[in-house]
Ligand binder design. Structure first.
Ligand code: ZN
Length: 301
């Protein structure tokens, strides 16, 4: 299933993409996927993903939508990029791996790390499909990084790698936008600010459930600007794989429902190119991960 968060009327709700339309979960479930709290209407994906009973409701509703055209007509709306938000609009945490592709470590002039290099992006930097990446006045070295990201369902704490995949609710595309001047010169050795400007974390367009991604470590990924391919690689090149990442992180902190983890980027980023290629107002960025989808964001001043 492809799970989305979208604006429908005056509220935000969760849906399943079926045949180019979005089946609205709250309405299609007869209220089982509605939020009982006063003033709330639809349950967010963050609440649905960790709950096996609610996920079964989602699968039942989606199956009915696929089999029954009149059901789909009644509860689905057209899929339009401008309605989509990030599938998790405000994750509790966004964690990422640095230098997790051998060839990207090499182009960055860095050693292949012995342990995962972990940093965080501020949850307030998250934007959705079609939303503009805003170039800050204080940086002229804003760069792109296409990444496969996974989304946490059931909470994970001290989870062994052999049990880790149970905690993955699905996969999405993440663009780890980075101000290289803040990363390399102005950040005092810390990457947090470089990675956390408002709009620097496009996520989407949806979450694909694991049943549709048999091997997340064998997917091609690509970043294009205006059709020109700048990054191209395969998740098979990842140094630390998803089960190891979850074991490593969950030994330190609790991975909570809706947390998003970016797994690193392949080579071809702007600062390592000759000549360097940083984002400019007017660029149209397209980040694609095979079997997941394409995340498109314009760049604005
Ligand atoms: Zn990255």
């Amino acid at each position: 299933m492809r799970l989305v968060t979208l604006a429908a009327g005056d509220h935000e709700c969760a849906g399943v993409v079926i045949e180019g339309r979005v089946l609205l979960l709250e309405a299609a479930s007869g209220g089982r996927l509605a939020d009982p709290r006063p003033g709330k209407t639809a349950l967010p994906l963050k609440a649905i993903l960790p709950d096996p009973e609610l996920m079964q409701d989602v699968r039942d509703v989606a199956a009915r939508g696929e089999q029954d055209p009149s059901f789909l007509d009644r509860f689905a709306i057209p899929l339009r990029e401008q309605d989509l938000h990030a599938p998790i609009p405000r994750p509790g945490k966004v964690l990422c791996l640095g230098l997790n592709y051998r060839d990207h470590a090499a182009e960055s002039g860095a050693e292949v790390p012995d342990e995962p290099v972990i940093f965080s992006k501020a949850p307030s930097s998250v934007i959705g499909p079609g939303d503009p990446i805003r170039l800050p006045e204080t940086s002229d070295q804003v760069d792109y990084e296409v990444e496969l990201a996974f989304v946490i369902g059931a909470p994970a704490r001290n989870v062994h790698a052999s049990q880790a995949m149970y905690h993955v609710a699905g996969y999405t595309v993440l663009n780890d936008v980075t101000a290289r001047d803040y990363q390399h010169v102005r950040g005092g050795g810390q990457w947090t600010l470089a990675k956390s400007f408002d709009t620097f974390c496009p996520i989407g367009p949806w979450i694909v459930t694991p049943d549709e991604v048999p091997d997340p470590h064998d997917l091609t990924l690509e970043c294009r600007i205006g059709g020109e391919v700048l990054q191209s690689g395969s998740t098979s090149e990842m140094i630390f794989k998803i089960p190891q990442i979850i074991e490593y992180l969950s030994a330190v902190l609790t991975l909570e429902p809706g947390d998003v983890v970016g797994t690193g980027t392949p080579p071809g980023v702007g600062f390592a190119r000759t000549p360097q290629r940083f984002l400019q107002a007017g660029d149209l960025l397209e980040c694609t991960v095979q079997s997941i989808g394409t995340l498109v964001n314009p760049v604005r001043a």
